[in-house]
Design a protein around this ligand. Structure first.
Ligand SMILES: Cc1cc2nc3c(=O)[nH]c(=O)nc-3n(C[C@H](O)[C@H](O)[C@H](O)COP(=O)(O)OP(=O)(O)OC[C@H]3O[C@@H](n4cnc5c(N)ncnc54)[C@H](O)[C@@H]3O)c2cc1C
Length: 431
């Protein structure tokens, strides 16, 4: 799957100092571990494995951060997109509680990685989940109560309408759930920082190295092979972390995942005072709708505004125009503000919106399907894979217990089926 059409206007790519290019794979290379995918999942696994003494070769089809990790809204959000209640239904209360703790560990790990590897990625604490309808007040109140009472998660609080207006001066929102433990960062800088740390730890990173064929070892004492057009990596362990851009390389993974197009616009520089006035506490903001709007301030005082999913897999509309209309709905006074960048990418969504981790063979692991919470979860997921490859698979294996169905409609029908599903969800958002 190509995302080239989205590329020219990616604000992060345009404003981040270019990293050193890394040569493509040539010939046969041996390593303890081969990793496919240079996003946060693959790079976190690579870094943690190298720190444990493994030799690692990482193959990236384009460049580090080419996928969601270099395109994202950068919102670092607590928990799982499925919600805890859904997880409890899927794996029972004790496992769901365990996964909750892992997600919190993921938030801590992210901050530790930023500090330990001195990653300059504009990290800011604070996140607001906001309602747009009167009925959302009760939903947000119930969520805060459940997080306090059942998960003892005390960093969240309900923000009433009057206070919310002082934080986000917009008529659109009713109440909010504020979390001081969530936040936002510049995702491409974070990804490149992880890449640099992994390279310093000895990971061999190959860019422009698209894996076109895999030979997966079915026995634990045999090697797997990952082939690109110009070379092969032979390794005892394999991690497939291509996520929403993996395409059909591994059909059994493709069936469980929907790559959903979403788009972000960056306004022109607004200046510090105007930018501050939009979100006075500098939190990241996401609304509660299914087809949600999400936005935040950038370090150089722009508004970065994302929204408008496309489940049809095509993007015939002019995303800047559509996003401008959505910005106007929230902040009418920005109607004439120029959009300087607009880009998009594919989010990795599973049907139940719980993450999809597991093994395809004893030494062949995969990570995908963070469903909009990948900024935090992909980092801790990489660490869990490293633990499992080093012989302590207990934590990783809890995630393998989550049952995942195929997307409805089978491989070829699932896009039309999802387009219909999305029309239904849009309708629900309007009610
Ligand atoms: C526009 C957008 C906004 C988002 N906003 C948020 C947000 O605000 N908060 C949040 O938590 N999440 C968000 N997400 C989701 C989040 O970005 C992802 O869940 C996360 O980055 C996944 O990381 P990853 O490493 O698993 O995958 P990716 O970052 O997608 O990396 C996968 C890499 O694998 C490579 N690859 C694929 N196939 C092959 C192959 N055959 N050979 C070699 N390499 C291959 C790809 O080129 C890619 O670089 C957003 C995503 C998008 C697109």
């Amino acid at each position: 799957m190509s995302t080239r059409a989205f590329d020219p206007q990616n604000f992060y790519y345009a404003t981040t100092p270019p990293p050193p290019p890394r040569a493509p794979l040539k010939g046969e290379v041996r390593a303890d571990v081969c990793i496919i995918g240079g996003g946060i999942s693959g790079l976190s696994a690579a870094l943690h494995l190298a720190e444990r003494g493994f030799t690692v070769a990482l193959l990236e089809a384009q460049h580090l951060g080419f996928g969601g990790s270099g395109r994202s809204g950068g919102q670092t959000i607590f928990g799982y997109a499925s919600g805890q209640e859904k997880l409890e239904e899927l794996v029972g209360k004790a496992n769901a509680r365990f996964m909750w703790d892992i997600a919190l560990e993921g938030m801590k790990l992210q901050r530790e990685l930023i500090a330990r590897h001195v990653i300059d990625c504009d990290y800011v604490a604070g996140h607001l989940h906001v309602g747009v309808k009167a009925r959302h007040d009760a939903e947000l109140r119930a969520e805060v109560e459940s997080l306090h009472n059942e998960y003892d998660y005390r960093s969240v609080r309900l923000v009433g309408h009057d206070e919310l207006r002082t934080l986000v001066p917009s008529d659109r929102y009713t109440t909010g759930l504020y979390d001081s433990n969530s936040g936002h960062l510049q995702p491409y800088k974070f990804t490149l920082g992880l890449g640099a740390a992994a390279a310093r730890a000895g990971v061999r990173v190959y860019e422009n190295s698209w894996v076109t064929r895999l030979e997966m070892a079915t026995r634990a004492n045999a090697d797997s092979l990952a082939h690109t057009v110009s070379g092969t990596v032979r390794a005892r362990h394999l991690l497939i972390a291509g996520n929403a851009l993996l395409g059909r390389l591994v059909p059994e993974l493709a069936r469980k995942l929907m790559a959903v197009g979403t788009y972000i616009a960056a306004t022109e520089v607004l200046g510090e005072e105007r930018a501050r006035a939009l979100i006075t506490n500098n939190a990241a903001v996401a609304d509660i709708n299914w087809v949600l709007d999400y936005f935040r301030r950038s370090a150089d005082h722009r508004l970065l505004f994302g929204g408008r999913v496309s489940y049809s897999g095509v993007d015939p509309f002019d995303s800047a125009r559509v996003l401008r209309a959505r910005i106007r709905r929230v902040f009418p006074h920005l109607a004439d503000t120029r959009i300087e960048y607009a880009w998009g990418g594919y989010v990795d969504i599973t049907p139940n919106r719980a993450p999809h981790f597991g093994r395809l063979a004893p030494n062949v692991y995969f990570l995908q399907g963070f469903s909009g919470h990948g900024m935090v979860l992909s980092g801790i997921a990489g660490k869990l894979v490293a633990e499992a490859m080093a012989g302590s698979a207990e934590r990783f294996d809890v995630f393998s217990k989550i049952p995942h169905g195929d997307f409805p409609g089978g491989t070829y029908l699932r896009r039309p089926a999802l387009v219909l599903a999305m029309l239904w969800f849009r309708l629900k958002d309007l009610l």
